[in-house]
Design a protein around this ligand. Structure first.
Ligand SMILES: NC(=O)c1ccc[n+]([C@@H]2O[C@H](COP(=O)([O-])OP(=O)(O)OC[C@H]3O[C@@H](n4cnc5c(N)ncnc54)[C@H](O)[C@@H]3O)[C@@H](O)[C@H]2O)c1
Length: 317
């Protein structure tokens, strides 16, 4: 059996691909970065390289996406859709392009799956669909976009819900929240990530414009990926939307302190006033715990930070 993952070379998608490949599944990765896989430094995917098929295709290129899914349809259990431009100030610098990737990219995947009779789709969504509603936010919390990213994720979810209702498809939304951990270097991320996690990579003298007055449920990427795999593999589900996060609030300044404790020294990092993004937190993960058996491992972020540090040290340079 095989699974197709769009965005399968991204932070979350690459770990989902890893876990499924480790189970002996063939994983077809559709990602625009596939042509330079060797340069991405995803050492864990090198371990399962013989289980992967890499396809470099833009999700907005409907015809190429159609051909791809047609070619791989036989034996395909379903699709995990993870292409997205993630939240942050970069998103609104090119709003039309980024909304198109998130919303129309999702629509393309759903439409092609509908035509080809591929029923199961897990869509990587976000706790951003709840905006700044106070936490803990359950799946019953109403939609409330506080930025364009959130609006694009709501659009993707609504397309999925309507494709399920109208065409009998099985579209499930995994609502993820702030992911950190192996696979993505702080130096490749926004300044707020650099200020919190960067010292683990040796970064110093980082001034982030904001983020000091916020606590979010930061989630280790292994927990995020485990939750998505559980959602994909569940034979049938009673609900369609599942929060997948650590479920534990952690203050950003506490993360800075924990990192300093791990390293035994304090780097010169500063987070400016105010929040990084407008979000309520944490997500209430009890539905995923009950229905999917999802249990996050890294609820103590210090253990997650240790694991991240080990990966950064092993993959330095
Ligand atoms: N990272 C987080 O903190 C977070 C939080 C909440 C939700 N999410 C959601 O999880 C999903 C995965 O996030 P991530 O952190 O792994 O993102 P990422 O940016 O690490 O990965 C996205 C991948 O998509 C690929 N891609 C981008 N545009 C493409 C296109 N047009 N066609 C084909 N491939 C394209 C990129 O090459 C990249 O490998 C997204 O849907 C995101 O909205 C992430």
């Amino acid at each position: 059996m095989s699974v197709l993952i769009t965005g399968g070379l991204g932070h979350v998608g690459s770990w989902v691909a890893y876990h499924l490949a480790k189970q002996g599944k063939q994983v077809i990765i559709c990602d625009m970065a596939a042509n330079h896989f060797e340069r991405l430094g995803l050492d864990y995917l090198e371990d399962v390289r013989d289980m992967l098929v890499l396809e470099s295709i833009d999700v907005l290129d409907y015809h190429s996406m159609f051909e791809l899914l047609l070619r791989h349809r036989d034996g395909l259990e379903g699709v995990i859709h993870g292409v997205s431009v993630i939240a942050g100030p970069y998103f609104q610098q090119h709003p039309y392009k980024h909304i198109s990737i998130n919303a129309n990219g999702t629509l393309n995947v759903l439409e092609i799956c509908r035509i080809l009779g591929i029923e199961k789709v897990v869509n990587m969504s976000s706790g951003a669909v709840y905006g700044d509603a106070p936490g803990p936010q359950s799946e019953a919390t109403p939609y409330n976009a506080t930025d364009l990213y959130g609006a694009s994720k709501i659009a993707g979810e609504l397309y999925g819900q309507q494709y399920s209702d109208t065409f009998g498809m099985d579209v499930r939304n995994a609502r993820l929240f702030f992911v950190y951990g192996p696979g993505k270097r702080p130096s490749h991320m926004h300044k707020v990530y650099q200020a919190m996690f960067g010292p683990l990579e040796g970064l110093d003298n980082i001034q982030a414009p904001n983020g000091s007055e916020q606590a979010l449920d930061w989630t280790h990427v292994h927990d995020t990926a485990t939750g998505i795999v559980k959602l994909f593999e569940k034979e049938s589900v009673k609900h369609r939307n599942f929060n997948i996060s650590s479920g534990v609030l952690i203050d950003h300044l506490k993360i800075v302190e924990h990192v300093a404790d791990i390293l035994g020294e304090r780097h010169n990092v500063q987070l400016g006033p105010g929040p990084f993004v407008v979000r309520g937190a944490p997500l209430d993960i009890s539905l995923a715990q009950q229905e999917l058996g999802f249990v996050p491992k890294y609820t103590d972020i210090r253990e997650g930070l240790q694991d991240y540090w080990q990966w950064l040290k092993a993959n330095a340079g």
